[in-house]
Design a protein. Structure first.
Length: 418
């Protein structure tokens, strides 16, 4: 064999090895943003987001079709201004094409415009306040980039609390001296939306509102506020906070000032360590969260604990895991339909199939928390609310455990008065 021919073969072989080693034949990278409070007052929720999304992607070896999925963590820090800056950087400098999740309503309302600006398809944000829906409905075409909310507006869920409390009175299980209620909550769009929904439902059923109070979600001292509620004779306290230190402080201090009121603490169970943070002060507290009732969900929770060292919350971890897997299904459908995975193709599938109820994610797909995640033209940007779709029962905590008290056909225990 001639010297030139040998040199050509060697050169060709060397070039082949170089191309192969540098990834010319490797899968294309698709960058998926994950928006969450990874630092700040709700960092526990952010950690649960991170664990669940990571596990979902590990299950598919971070690969969908011929695309390798690279996760880009977008830290909202529970602050709208910081979130918009981080989101813009993720889209502009880090190449994020699609993003999922989010926790705070105020962050969602701010980031929506950034998603539109960069045409980043965002899905399954859990910022649920009405301001997000109002903004979406003001221009559905423009805000179609903020699709498929991961949590419905409070007005769709809060009536369950009102019905459960009034049902307990009707059955004689709850006998307040007077139907006086105090409304509390974090000073955010979410907190005020929840408070407004409570006020509407309770006043319509004969309750008198003693006071309606909102506070920074970093606040942890509630002694004077709770003393006011005690002096005013509030039989029930209803409200919410997305900050674990804030809501746990509120509950513990209620016991310390001697309040015998029934407390509705919407979202206490979002933090898996709620009992560690509140102890028996959480006894009799009402909450509305999903449950890990199936063997599949319980096995998943055990695997999360083994891998990451915490007990996962069904709301923060469980929903995040389901939504990450729903994204995987959407991505696979996009490749099947368009032969590629990019933000334009995913946006088309969102409009034509996700928003119309053609593409859903249910138990048969591996959903752990809800029976089915489904969106229709009538419900978007919110999911379909139904007992066989997206639904939260009312729970009552006792000695670190929760029992469903409402609705009746789901009931595990009767309401217990303090």
């Amino acid at each position: 064999m001639g010297t030139k021919k040998v040199h050509l073969i060697i050169a060709f072989f060397t070039a082949f090895l170089f191309i192969f080693s540098t990834g010319a034949f490797a899968a294309e990278t698709f960058k998926l943003g994950v928006l969450g409070p990874f630092t700040g007052p709700s960092a526990k929720t952010g950690a649960e987001f991170k664990g669940s999304v990571t596990m979902a992607m590990e299950n598919i070896d971070f690969k969908i079709g011929d695309y390798m999925i690279e996760l880009v963590w977008i830290d909202s820090q529970s602050d709208p201004a910081k979130a918009t800056s981080a989101y813009a950087e993720a889209a502009e400098s880090k190449g994020v094409q699609v993003a999922i999740l989010n926790w705070h309503s105020s962050v969602a309302a701010a980031v929506m415009d950034v998603a539109v600006q960069y045409k980043v398809q965002h899905m399954f944000a859990m910022g649920a306040a009405a301001i997000v829906n109002e903004k979406y409905k003001s221009d559905p075409e423009k805000y179609s980039y903020w699709a498929a909310k991961g949590w419905p507006i409070p007005g769709d869920l809060i009536p369950g609390y009102v019905e459960s409390i009034n049902a307990a009175i009707a059955s004689g299980k709850f006998t307040p001296k007077k139907k006086i209620v105090a409304i509390y909550g974090e000073e955010t769009d979410w907190g005020r939306n929840v408070g407004s929904a409570f006020k509407k439902g309770l006043e319509a059923t004969g309750w008198t509102v003693l006071s309606e109070d909102y506070f920074p979600f970093t606040q942890t001292d509630f002694y004077s506020l709770l003393s006011k509620y005690k002096k005013g004779g509030a039989a029930v306290l209803v409200g919410t906070s997305t900050s674990a230190p804030s809501i746990s402080g509120f509950i513990k201090q209620a016991g310390e000032v001697g309040l015998k009121s029934i407390i509705v603490a919407d979202g206490l169970g979002w933090n898996a360590d709620w009992y560690k943070m509140t102890g028996n002060a959480s006894n009799h507290v009402l909450d509305m969260i999903p449950r890990l009732t199936t063997k599949a969900s319980q096995d998943w929770a055990e695997s999360i604990k083994t891998k990451f060292g915490y007990n996962p919350s069904p709301s923060a971890s469980g929903l995040a895991y389901d939504y990450a897997n729903f994204f995987i299904k959407i991505a696979k459908r996009t490749i099947e339909k368009h032969g590629k995975l990019d933000k334009e193709s995913i946006h088309e599938v969102v409009l034509s199939e996700l928003n119309t109820g053609k593409l859903t994610f249910g138990k048969a797909d591996g959903a752990l928390i809800m029976s089915e995640y489904k969106y229709t033209a009538e419900t978007i940007p919110d999911p379909v609310i139904a007992s066989d779709a997206y639904f939260f029962p009312v729970l009552q905590y006792m000695d670190g455990k929760s029992n469903i008290i409402y609705p009746d056909d789901w009931k595990e225990a009767d309401f217990k008065q303090k």
